[in-house]
Design a protein around this ligand. Structure first.
Ligand code: DOR
Ligand code: ZN
Length: 348
């Protein structure tokens, strides 16, 4: 039985690091495990221009210095698209290395998306420019139509928006973020080389029962929401299959405990502290530990056209108990797997 797992140092291709005091509390958890992370721009206000993104990057670097964590950590920044985004601003910021991708939030789809795109047709000039310069588009793939059931919003997005987008702009490089359905898994598998997906640990571990059976459990609530069991199984199959256009993206999304445990609790699961342990458990359960490195460390850089990282991390088959809550620089946050014991431990 494998008892030690050494991988090339991995990256997290989807994180929310927030801002202000909480940033300093959460970023060390990501920097401890990952060499790089794609940082989401859905702050309040959102990061809609190069100057704002650049200033946010500086705040992240300052928070890292104060946290005395991995000094080699590199945040990879993203731009928040709105109806008003100018193609030149996108191209300039990308060329200058301020951001590596742009994020499409359909307006009102999720936390911090109020300024998102109301109709994708409005940003076609931006998307055409991105296709021309090879800049990836990161997509929150859910429709926001109030008539569509929340459990169907991803599948309907594929039919209404994603299929057409890929057909209209075959050169555009698209990451379908945090996929949650069998439909999305099949879509990405059958798409061409310009389409990839990230998968979170929670969507590999839990189905919607975790949120709703025996009481309502706000810490299992995120968007897109966890679906039925057969979707979880399809995601596990894809993630552990060795397929090259799927990679690690935790969507770690910290919210203060009192904002989750509320009459209208925020969407988001804080999974950064034990992310690698959580994913390793899935690959182990699926008998696919030999494919974990591709998912965690190789497929993402290949898609983003970045070099793989130097150095390694090592996990050992030892129990690790996840705390009930973590103090993130003064804000108490309940992590994913709180109170559970996982079978793998990161020792660096
Ligand atoms: O659950 C989520 N939380 N999904 C998102 O898309 C956004 C995120 C957040 O920022 O809290
Ligand atoms: Zn996210």
């Amino acid at each position: 039985m494998t008892t030690t797992l050494t991988l090339r140092r991995p990256d997290d291709w989807h994180v929310h690091l927030r801002d202000g005091a909480i940033l300093q509390g959460v970023v060390p958890h990501t920097a401890r495990q990952f060499a790089r992370a794609i940082v989401m721009p859905n702050l309040n206000p959102p990061m809609t221009d190069a100057a704002g993104v650049s200033a946010y990057r500086a705040r992240i670097m300052a928070a890292l210095d104060q946290g005395a964590s991995n000094p080699a950590f590199t945040p990879l920044m993203t731009l928040y698209l709105t109806d008003a985004t100018a193609p030149d601003e996108v191209a300039r910021g990308y060329a200058d290395g301020v951001f590596v991708a742009a994020k499409l939030y359909p307006a009102h789809a999720t936390t911090g998306s109020a300024h998102g795109v109301t109709d994708i047709a409005r940003i076609y000039p931006v998307l055409e420019r991105m296709a021309a310069i090879g800049m990836p588009l990161l997509v929150h793939g859910e429709v926001t139509d109030s008539h569509v059931d929340i459990f169907d919003r991803e599948a309907v997005f594929i039919d209404r928006t994603m299929t057409r987008l890929i057909a209209d702009l075959p050169e555009l490089r698209v990451v379908f973020e945090h996929i949650t359905t069998a439909e999305a898994a099949a879509f990405v598998e059958n798409a061409g080389p310009n389409v990839a997906a990230t998968i979170t640990p929670q969507h590999l571990h839990i189905n919607r029962n975790a949120m709703l059976v025996g009481g309502i459990r706000p810490h299992a609530y995120c968007l897109p929401v966890a679906k039925r069991e057969h979707h979880r199984l399809a995601l596990r199959k894809l993630a552990t299959s060795g397929f090259s256009r799927v990679f690690l993206g935790t969507d770690t999304a910290p919210h203060a405990r009192h904002l989750k445990e509320a009459a209208c609790g925020c969407a988001g699961i804080f999974n950064a502290p034990f992310a690698l342990e959580s994913y390793a458990t899935v690959f182990d359960e699926e008998g696919a530990l030999d494919r974990f490195e591709a998912f965690a460390s190789l497929n993402g850089p290949a898609f983003y056209r970045l070099p793989v990282n130097e150095g390694t991390v090592t996990l050992v088959r030892e129990p690790v108990t996840v705390p009930d809550a973590i103090d993130c620089n003064g804000t108490m946050i309940v992590p994913f797997h709180a109170g559970e014991t996982l079978g793998w431990r990161l020792i660096q």
